[in-house]
Design a protein. Sequence first.
Lengths: 103, 131
Amino acid sequence: MSSIKIRSKRMDGNTQIRTLISHPMEHGRNKDKTTNKLIPMHFIQVLTVRHNGKVVAACNMGAGVSKDPYFAFMLKGGEAGDEIVIDWVDNLGNKDSATHKIS
Amino acid sequence: MWKTVSAAVGWPVSDFAPMNVDAATKQLLKGKTATETDKIELTIPEIAENGAVVPVTVSSSLEGIKSVALIAEFNPVPLAIQMFVTPDIEPTLSTRLKLAETSFVYAFAETENGWFSTRKKVKVTIGGCGG
């Protein structure tokens, strides 16, 4: 089960791409209530959006982005059948990728 | 002591270190100054009931935008996100931020003609520290 959900919508010749990623985005200052220990940092650092294999946007982020981050982008153009690939890498080296076809 | 392990290639560790807002802005702009403009539209609620999830949209009508970034004034790590754009995508980003407390949120845009910025005050009624 991928951690990434992607939706797209054609709008006036552009394509809105929305993505929801399940990720804790821990900044390292929260305490685990049962053990009273700090929860280690765990957050996405880089998110990349590709359109038909070409990088169209790349984001660097810190833990200032909310848990289970949501992003919306507006792609110029975009045709039915075009491929959108979104991938992320977090500070622990985990990564995930998802592919979506514009309908 | 602050120690971040960056597993992602090219992730700027020093931009995302804990510091105050002035240092974070300086770090992001690499010593340049930003001009205030009304050509960056920052959409964010004036009152955020939950600082852990504050919806924000930044867009701009400026020409030749290379990146857009969001900085939260009183967050321990002020820089939240920087998006590098290509001409194939609108310089528009919607996301959700954590805000530690009532503060200004700054939106920056890096263009071929330098940096531009705008800001909005957000009142946080419950802090974002709880995650």
